[in-house]
Design a protein around this ligand. Structure first.
Ligand code: SF4
Length: 238
């Protein structure tokens, strides 16, 4: 059987076997990040839609699991922004109903967590990673090239509200681009926010392709000084 939604298993050193599942058409997102590994956003929206019936997505997941065994996580991130899929809660419930040992993980850009229905739909997850690259609206816009309705202050407020109600593993991920958000002001702002949010971990990455500069040694050193001794795990991917 060829799969439309199931993208196979990836090994993650921290979380084990992740079964990647897509439920967004190519390529729907509220952002068009300069570093997006999926490709340019062709439909930039903030409206949630039932792109595909959750029953169809679940049927494939079930078929895959019957043939290959249970993964540690159903990685429900999609090829785009997962919170745009209005069938997410129903799909999560179907997975949990049949496979109670499979955890649900998501990587989101955080743009819709200001909405109560989104916070409610994603509260069933076991692992939530949220991307936040800058607390400065200009830097944030330059990197994420977001939909005009996305507002950074509202987005941050939504992440804080979601964190308060979320009982799973919660991580924040920042991608740094040389010459855009690699500055001490941003690091200090992110640190203040992280201390308020209290994630389980914070991960820092560098994107240095397509003409974007690699981070210099001085910035990396400053980063380690600023994020030293925080009450949660800090993971440097550079
Ligand atoms: S939020 Fe994710 S899927 Fe959307 S453009 Fe950015 S990297 Fe790509």
């Amino acid at each position: 059987m060829g799969y439309k939604y199931v993208k196979g298993v990836k090994e993650n050193p921290k979380f084990g076997k992740l079964l990647a599942v897509n439920f967004n058409p190519y390529k729907v997102c509220s952002f068009n990040c300069v570093y997006c590994g999926i490709g340019p956003t062709t439909e930039k929206i903030c409206e949630r839609k039932l792109f595909y019936p959750p029953e169809d997505v679940f049927r494939e997941i079930r078929d895959y699991i019957e043939k290959h065994g249970e993964p540690d996580y159903a990685w429900l991130t999609g090829l785009g922004e997962p919170t745009l899929y209005s069938g997410f809660k129903q799909l999560s419930k179907m997975i949990k109903g049949v496979y109670p040992n499979i955890k649900i993980g998501v990587y989101s850009n955080g743009s819709l967590f200001f909405r109560e229905d989104v916070r409610d739909d994603f509260s069933l997850c076991d692992l939530m990673l949220i991307n936040l690259n800058s607390v400065c609206p200009i830097e944030f816009s330059k990197i994420c090239r977001h939909h005009k309705e996305v507002n950074l202050e509202e987005l941050i407020g939504g992440i804080k509200l979601f964190r308060q109600q979320f009982g799973g593993i919660f991580g924040i991920v920042s991608v740094f681009l040389g010459g855009i958000n690699d500055n001490q002001k941003n690091l200090n702002g992110l640190k203040r926010l992280l201390l308020e949010i209290e994630p389980d971990f914070y991960e820092l990455k560098n994107y240095a392709c397509r003409g974007y500069k690699a981070l210099d040694g001085e910035f990396k050193k400053t980063t380690k000084e600023i994020f030293n001794n925080l009450p949660f795990e800090v993971i440097y991917q550079f």
